[in-house]
Design a protein around this ligand. Structure first.
Ligand code: HEM
Length: 150
């Protein structure tokens, strides 16, 4: 299932939810990922514990969310997600270099979807599949690029 025009409008309108959800999708606060993520994000290495309110983590969460939104829109327009070559190369190498592994993408996905669900409330019912598909295709592209570069 892909976004309909109405759903796409909802996505575009939902930028205010960013503020609300960016904290929640700051992926490293998740217990499963915390120990590994702490080592991965260079700016966390010297800190004690996992900061719940780190601006750089929020910034990453916002990037993941934005790219997933863009992917959802591409899905509707073109039927598939395409990431520009240079962007994909960059994303592949940044994540490879930082030791990100396949299972981490699942954890981030759960956190992202949970946060969106809480933020959009009722509308979630109509949009669920489109978000999942958009994130899965985006993550698959990054993971494939990471394997290519490894
Ligand atoms: C960096 C997006 C999944 C960990 C980045 C950057 C982007 C990005 C755009 C570059 C930031 C910059 O240079 O300004 C995404 C997207 C994801 C994803 C779209 C999923 C579809 C993940 C996952 C992890 C992760 C699963 C593991 C927890 C990192 C780390 C960096 C990074 C450690 C480097 C941050 C730094 O040290 O400055 N990501 N990411 N990302 N990402 Fe992701």
């Amino acid at each position: 299932m892909v976004f309909t025009e109405k759903q796409e409008a909802l996505v575009k309108e939902s930028w205010e939810i960013l503020k609300e959800i960016s904290q929640k999708i700051a992926c490293v606060s998740s217990p499963q990922i915390a120990p590994a993520a702490k080592g991965m994000f260079s700016f966390l290495r010297d800190s004690d514990g996992i900061p719940q309110n780190n601006p750089k983590l929020k910034a990453h969460a916002v990037k993941v969310f934005k790219m997933t939104c863009e992917s959802a829109i591409q899905l509707r327009e073109k039927g598939k997600v395409t990431v520009a070559d240079t962007t994909l190369k960059y994303l592949g190498s940044v994540h490879l270099k930082n030791g990100v592994l396949d299972p981490h993408f699942e954890v981030v996905k759960e956190a992202l979807l949970r946060a969106i669900k809480e933020a959009v409330g009722e509308k979630w019912r109509d949009m669920n599949c489109a978000w999942v598909e958009a994130y899965d295709q985006l993550a698959a592209a990054i993971k494939a690029e990471m394997k290519e570069e490894a």
